[in-house]
Design a protein around this ligand. Structure first.
Ligand SMILES: Cc1ncc(COP(=O)(O)O)c(C=O)c1O
Length: 429
């Protein structure tokens, strides 16, 4: 069944640059199934018009589809209504929207925002930018030795700081370590403390069930392009009671119901937060991509089978390196704790961006290995994967990352492991 789904991805079926593509960079963006590609083409061929404004059929139909796509996202993550869904370009924009609306409303001097040590830069830097205007503090939940978040540390912080902790904003699945955080437990504690809870679901949205009610978050954001939808798509979920109170971070067309020379009135939710002409085609096709994914998920037997499949593949990949000392997984070796991202180090080598602060000056430059993998058609990542503080904390330089999606198979991973072994054994640099 997984092989049938794989066949739906033209870029994976074909070859590029004169070689077969072995795509192991799905954590950065997923490939798109034929259905999604065709649906976007159909949109531009037969449906393109601006929404919410035109009294003509094409515009009215586009408006309906735009609203339907919001409903689709709402039902996928179990939100109460499409009114709680705002379309954005990606997770980064989603987090920045929340920082600049929720953050600005809730934070004053000496308040605290809690994130974790395994956040993507977008859940760190966006807060740091706001911090330049409002002198609140950022606290980081530490990572324990076995790569889980230190919940006892968080409980102690709550005991000490209480309601000064205004916001708790966490990554669901780490794009580097591949672990899924116990956000349910942390958010439960945070809610008892009346903190606002928000989730970065960039990696989790197609690697495990994301149900806003079960998770207990007040807000969430994800990227459509990491979920088989076109680039330039993503969504923010936020509970209606908050959205009603919040001030949008952008003003302009679409987000108002009337404007005079002196004042204006907000449009209804969620349009109040969608200023200007959005990526209409992309957003509509995000709805269709979710519909495609739901069907694919059903055809493979649901979340449990997808998770097992991806974890079995991860185990298969790790097994290729049994007894090989230079292969160092970054994050747990236990594949039952991994959700799609497999980062690792190669002992004795450093990779692009290395700061040489980790006593690894004697290491060899790994660019020969990266170039070799590229020559062999393998798409992967090297560097900090936008989680540089995490690498610093664990005292490791840049890592390599292979990441999986519903179309990844053993053949991809066996080939990538063999090519990696060849590159390292040849001592390329
Ligand atoms: C955990 C996490 N958060 C946020 C992002 C940012 O996503 P985007 O680049 O789509 O804005 C990523 C992207 O890799 C991610 O993995």
């Amino acid at each position: 069944m997984f092989e049938e789904i794989r066949k739906e991805f033209p870029i994976i079926r074909g070859s590029r640059f004169g070689k077969k593509l072995v795509y192991l960079d799905s954590a950065a963006t997923t490939q798109k199934p034929e259905f999604v590609i065709d649906r976007l083409k159909k949109y531009y061929e037969t449906e393109n018009a601006n929404i919410h404004r035109g009294p003509y059929d094409l515009s009215l139909e586009g408006t309906k589809l735009w609203e339907w796509a919001h409903e689709k996202v709402a039902s996928f993550i179990n939100a109460d209504s499409y009114k709680e869904i705002i379309f954005v370009r990606n997770t980064t924009e989603g987090l920045n929207l929340l920082v600049n609306t929720v953050g600005r409303k809730l934070l004053t001097k000496d308040d605290i925002v809690v994130v974790s040590e395994m956040e993507h830069h977008s859940n760190i830097v966006s807060w740091m930018i706001l911090q330049k205007e409002i002198p609140f503090k950022i606290e980081y939940i530490p990572i324990k030795e076995e790569y889980s978040l230190d919940i006892d540390w968080f409980k102690k912080l709550i005991e000490k700081e209480g309601e000064n902790i205004k916001i708790v904003s966490l990554v669901h699945i780490s794009n580097v370590l591949g672990v899924k955080n116990d956000v349910e437990e942390i958010f439960k504690i945070a809610k008892k403390n009346n903190s606002f809870t928000m989730l970065d679901a960039a990696q989790s949205i197609v690697h495990c069930k994301v149900d806003v009610k079960e998770i207990g978050c007040d807000a969430l954001t994800f990227s459509g392009h990491k979920a088989y939808a076109p680039t330039g798509t993503g969504a923010v979920y936020c509970k209606q009671k908050y959205l009603e109170e919040l001030t949008p971070w952008m003003g302009g067309g679409e987000m108002i119901s009337s404007v005079s020379f002196k004042d204006f009135e907000y449009n209804e939710l969620p349009w109040k937060f969608e200023a200007g002409t959005p990526d209409i085609g992309g957003g509509i096709v995000l709805g269709y991509a979710i519909e495609w994914f739901e069907k694919a998920l059903e055809s493979v037997g649901g979340w449990e089978s997808l998770i097992k499949h991806e974890q079995d593949l991860t185990e298969f990949f790790f097994k290729q390196f049994d007894g090989i000392g230079w292969f160092k997984p970054f994050g747990p070796r236990d594949s039952s704790r991994k959700y799609g991202a497999i980062a690792f180090h190669i002992e004795g080598f450093t990779f692009r961006g290395c700061k040489n602060i980790f006593n690894i000056e004697t290491n060899r430059d790994g660019s020969g290995i990266s170039n070799f993998l590229n020559e062999k058609g393998i798409a992967f990542r090297e560097g900090y994967h936008c989680a540089e503080p995490l690498h610093d904390k664990l005292c490791v330089g840049p890592s390599l990352r292979f990441s999986l999606a519903i179309y990844t198979n053993e053949e991809d991973l066996k080939y990538a492991a063999n090519m990696l072994k060849q590159a390292v054994l040849q001592g390329l640099n």
